[in-house]
Design a binder for this molecule. Structure first.
Ligand code: ADP
Length: 654
């Protein structure tokens, strides 16, 4: 170390001292470079153009004192050479930043101390530089951390703040440094006060100030304290949430607090929303008029609402961790499990029976949903259970009633058919004058009787058909059929009827219609019904036409007429049983069952029917029949009717 070469600037106006210095350095072979000047101004000149490791300077010089040099030079260690007993001067210089001093003595022994003094001064300088760097690094960290940092002094004023603070509170350093919390952060209670934080009556309870005072007094740290001050930022009052940690520290032996502050408003908001949502769901859960149960992955009850207890007749403790299996009749839970709801992770809806505590069974409707964790593992399931015992009983009763009604209708209709057939037969014989002549007047009345007997016969047939369809007792005989042939047959049968009404019946049949699968008899019935309506609701000299084409694997059959049409408001109802458009000025006979039967038959064939109509212009019914119908069971057809309430009088009014 001692051989390290340093470059020295000696400021010395005493020539003898200068010479002694030079002589000593060369006689001792000291490895220093040096420049010697005699005044402050000379020194300043050299310093502006040359670098030195150390300055040795006399205190009193011709154009000033060493203090001037100490003032001007901050980055080079300075050692003073002073006259003996000049210690006051040395202390003064020390305070001004001198590193050391050499006391000149008469024999110039002080020169021997030069290497050691230089070495010490330079070492100290290096240490100071390192500390300075460390300090600067710490300050840089303090400034750069993304959470707000304060250094608060013992008067609770903010001595230092970082960038994050200025951003968090939308204030610049001049508004923060040297101020107390309320002022610094823009506390609404402080905003108009000249005095500063804690001086206005509005803020005696400021939790932040109180907490900080507590930290100072107790010298205990606090962590994660959450406070919600009311701040006025850019003239707008806000109430953010802050999370604060504070640690007491001593700086220059004075109490300070380091405070870290984080804006947690968003997190708090999310937390509050979550709590609110939880509360909402808890209310729904508790107040639901259905039983709601939560089952763990071992299929044990872990949570349920009040309604569940009422439904099962059990108390809380009896239900907790109860295997859900025990709430069902033997084997029923296993059956429900075969739906494999848990594996498929879907919702499942089913009707089943559950067992109450007293062993009685209740009909229930259950919606089961599987619960999964974030990794997709099943953690349990939720069941929403409704007691449908009463509904089931009502349904059974209704079924029974329907069965009775349909039996009644079919019995009555059959019973009516036989005597009616005999009546018609008898009337026919008399009208055909097989048993003797009848006069015109007798014929007229017998004709009326015959027409009404026919009408009654048609009504009985419709009622029986409809009843069979509704009760699901009508089976289709689906076979390969030729629609052109069916239409020709119907055309032939209906021609006479059309003629009687003075309506022209036109049928257009394209060549090469494909063979289709349908029930010959039922589709004949559909076409007969539609054509008979077309004729019936068309005034004399009108036209009824039948069209058929093949499109998209379907037969499209339309029956069009130029008749009186159907009012718009009646269109949605015409396929309902017994619905008839009210036409007070026209006496057109009918049962109101024809279109309901047509509709059912078409649906049973997997087809559909559409209607377009304009009053006094005409009507078109279009039937779409798939060439290859999938078997459609009657039960799956949309239900047109619930209970047959047919009464013969009702339908025979016009
Ligand atoms: P109805 O026995 O009265 O013919 P439907 O069920 O066949 O019973 O028809 C129901 C009602 O729909 C009829 O009363 C009639 O008012 C109306 N309707 C059906 N077809 C036609 C049509 N082609 N033109 C005008 N109205 C029709």
């Amino acid at each position: 170390m001692e051989n390290t070469t340093y470059k020295i600037l000696l400021i010395e106006d005493d020539e003898l001292d200068q010479m002694a210095f030079k002589r000593h350095l060369s006689s001792e072979n000291l490895p220093y470079e040096y420049v010697v000047v005699s005044s402050i101004s000379e020194a300043q000149d050299v310093l502006s153009s040359e670098q030195f490791d150390i300055i040795l300077t006399d205190f009193t010089l011709g154009d000033g004192t060493a203090l001037d040099i100490l003032d001007a030079v901050k980055d080079i260690p300075i050692v003073l050479t002073t006259g003996a007993r000049d210690e006051d001067v040395a202390v003064k210089a020390w305070k001004a930043g001198a590193y050391d001093y050499l006391s000149k003595d008469f024999e110039r022994n002080y020169l021997r101390a030069i290497p050691k003094t230089i070495e010490n001064a330079i070492r100290r300088r290096q240490i100071e530089e390192a500390l300075d760097k460390k300090q600067k690094n710490l300050e840089a960290i303090f400034d750069a951390v993304p959470i707000g940092m304060f250094l608060v002094d013992e008067k609770l004023a903010i001595a230092r703040a970082n960038d994050a603070i200025t951003k968090m509170f939308h204030r610049d350093f001049s508004q923060i440094i040297g101020r107390r919390f309320g002022d610094a952060l823009g506390c609404s209670n402080q905003i108009n006060s000249e005095e500063g934080c804690g001086y206005t009556p509005a803020c005696p309870g400021c939790s932040l100030r109180k907490t900080m005072q507590g930290v100072l007094d107790s010298e205990q740290s606090i962590y994660g304290l959450e406070i919600r001050p009311t701040l006025t930022i850019n003239d707008e009052e806000i109430q953010p949430w802050f999370r604060i940690s504070a640690k007491p520290v001593k700086i220059d032996n004075i109490k300070h607090i380091i405070v870290a502050i984080d804006d947690v408003t968003e997190r708090k908001k999310a937390e509050n929303e979550r709590l609110l949502a939880e509360e909402k769901y808890r209310m729904i859960f508790e107040n639901s008029a259905a039983a709601i149960t939560l089952v763990d992955e071992q299929e044990r009850l872990i949570s349920w609402n009040k309604f569940t207890e009422g439904l099962l007749g059990m108390e809380g403790e009896e239900l907790y961790l109860l295997p859900v299996k025990s709430l069902y009749p033997n084997g029923e839970w296993e059956r429900i499990r075969t739906f494999d709801v848990r594996q498929k992770g879907m919702q499942h809806h089913l009707e089943t029976k559950m067992m109450k505590k007293d062993g009685s069974l209740i009909d229930v409707d259950i919606s089961l949903s599987v619960l999964k964790d974030s990794d997709g593992n099943t953690t349990g399931s939720i069941g929403v259970i409704r007691d449908i015992t009463e509904r089931k009983q009502a349904e059974d009763k209704l079924k029974e009633t329907m069965e009775l009604k349909s039996q009644f209708i079919s019995t009555v209709s059959h019973e009516l058919r036989t005597p009616l057939a005999a009546m018609k037969e008898g009337l026919g014989i008399v009208l055909d004058q097989v048993v003797g002549d009848i006069n015109e007047k007798q014929k007229k009345f017998l004709d009326i009787a015959k027409r009404n007997a026919d009408r009654l016969g048609a009504l009985i047939n419709d009622v029986l058909d409809f009843q069979k369809l509704s009760a699901g007792k009508m089976n289709l005989d689906i076979q390969d059929n030729d629609i052109a042939q069916v239409i020709s047959e119907v055309h032939e049968t209906m021609t006479l009827y059309a003629k009687k009404h003075d309506v022209e019946l036109v049928t257009e049949l394209p060549e090469n219609l494909p063979v289709a699968k349908f029930d010959h008899g039922k589709i004949t019935q559909v076409l007969t019904n539609l054509i008979s309506n077309a004729v019936k609701f068309t005034p004399a000299n009108g036209m009824a036409s039948v069209n058929v084409r093949h499109k998209n694997e379907e037969l499209v059959i339309s029956v069009h007429d130029t008749g009186m049409g159907i009012p718009k408001e009646a269109l949605p109802k015409i396929f309902e049983r017994f619905y008839r458009v009210h036409r007070p000025d026209k006496q057109i006979q009918g049962t109101g069952l024809g279109l309901a039967i047509v509709h059912k038959i078409v649906l049973m064939h997997g087809g559909r029917i559409e209607v377009e109509s304009e009053e006094n212009q005409g009507t078109t019914f279009t039937v779409y029949l798939p060439l290859n119908p999938k078997p459609v069971h009657q039960d799956t057809c949309p239900k047109t009717d619930k209970v047959i309430e047919a009464t013969i009088e009702k339908s025979g009014t016009d």
